[in-house]
Design a protein around this ligand. Structure first.
Ligand code: FES
Length: 167
């Protein structure tokens, strides 16, 4: 699976090929937004321009889906290696800087360090569903499920109760 190396957070996160970068970041608890985006973002519609990310300039063009028309319009005054996370689909492993608008001291060195350690190549195929003719799983014995002796199962007949009325 593609691996996203989040430089600011010093975290590697795996995702499926084609997953939306914003959704992966939010799912993993990555702080994608600055204060403006935290207070109000568009929810991934490409309208608020608060989900900026930066990728190193020599990142493969195939790592993310191509810029959308929304990005071409909204990012026209931003560096060419900035993206809107909500518009980008992850196709191959890459290095990402979240919130580039707030800066990162030693950014180039951080990128170099992040790129020095190899990333898993990605993409790999999605898991395949079982095919007709595949062997079913072995049945699990009831004693393995409950961890109790067979004669103490829930289907055992109850013990007769002693009478309290003196009959
Ligand atoms: S979340 Fe609003 S532009 Fe990406």
């Amino acid at each position: 699976m593609p691996l996203i190396r989040f430089v600011r957070e010093a975290r590697d996160v795996e995702c499926y090929p084609g997953e939306n970068l914003r959704e992966v970041a939010l799912r993993e608890g990555i702080a994608l937004y600055g204060i403006k985006g935290v207070l109000g973002n568009c929810g991934g519609c490409g309208q608020c321009i608060t989900c900026f990310v930066e990728v190193p300039e020599d990142t493969s063009a195939a790592a993310l889906s191509p810029r959308t028309g929304v990005e071409d319009q909204k990012l026209r005054n931003r560096p060419p290696n900035w993206r809107l996370a909500c518009q980008a689909l992850v196709q191959e492993s890459l290095v990402v800087l979240t919130r580039p608008q707030v800066g990162l001291q030693g950014k180039e060195a951080a990128f170099a360090t992040a790129l020095a350690e190899p990333l898993a190549a990605g993409p790999i195929a999605w898991p395949q569903p079982p095919q007709a003719g595949d062997e079913p799983d072995e049945p699990i014995a009831s004693e393995q499920l409950a961890g109790e002796p067979e004669d103490a199962g829930y289907g055992a007949a109850p013990e007769p109760r002693a009478s309290t009325t003196g009959d």
